[in-house]
Design a protein around this ligand. Structure first.
Ligand SMILES: [Zn+2]
Length: 224
């Protein structure tokens, strides 16, 4: 694509999709009912939400699917390539952190037009306002790993509001409280174990049930 075309497309993106001004759109695919876009952040470094240090050491990438406002009756899905950075500060409890794209993944940093729309919707329904506040508080706890400070208070706050669905969710958390508390407080997770489980199952299925234990053992232990 020549430079002039890039400038024109970038201008169109800014005008038509102002909330996507901080990302590069790699491709757009249209099917009969949906529009799918693949996007990634324009910036090279991420800021650790725990200590504020910026880091450019990419630990991995994953896809996050975000629903956007529909266009012409088609559902719009933005597939955002999110990088996970290694925090380079020695004393920081966060080993890695996921990047955030302003206006897109942070609900507290919406563009002015969307903030106004949100205020109008919330003003029309007090239950929705309360739900949005609780969900934001939970997201903050999840991002900053401050469950040990805020989880008991968050569960109590849910109890005082008449929000059956959130109360159901809070009851579920209470059933598995210790595990939830660690999940919302510690930078460590069981992701590595789950990944190894998935790999072992995949290796087994690739053998179509015909590989015996010795062969499976070798295939799992030997790096591919
Ligand atoms: Zn940090």
């Amino acid at each position: 694509m020549d430079t002039n075309m890039c400038v024109v497309l970038s201008g169109l993106q800014k005008t038509l999709l102002p909330h996507l001004s901080r990302v590069v759109i790699d491709f757009v695919e249209r099917s009969a009912t949906a529009i799918r876009m693949r996007a990634r952040s324009r910036v090279r470094r991420g800021r650790c939400p725990h200590c504020g240090t910026t880091s450019g050491r990419v630990h991995g990438r994953y896809l996050r699917r975000l629903a956007d406002a529909a266009w012409g009756g088609s559902t719009v899905v933005i597939e955002l390539v999110v990088r996970r950075f290694k925090c380079v500060a020695n004393a920081c409890p966060a080993v890695t952190f996921a990047e955030q794209v302003e206006d897109l993944t942070r609900p507290d940093r919406l563009p002015p037009e969307q903030t106004n729309n949100l205020h109008d919707i919330q003003a029309a329904c007090p239950h929705l306002t309360a739900t949005a506040e609780h969900v934001r508080a939970f997201a903050k706890m999840l991002t900053n790993l401050t469950g040990h400070q805020h989880l008991p208070e968050w569960i109590n706050n849910i109890r005082t509001d008449d929000l059956p669905h959130l109360q159901q969710f809070a009851d579920g958390l209470r059933h598995d409280y210790d595990a939830v508390l660690v999940g919302l407080s510690s930078p460590w997770s069981s992701g590595q174990v789950e990944g190894q489980n998935t790999r072992a199952k995949l290796v087994k299925r690739i053998g179509y049930g015909r590989a015996n234990f010795d062969l499976l053992r070798k295939r799992i232990l030997l790096p591919s």
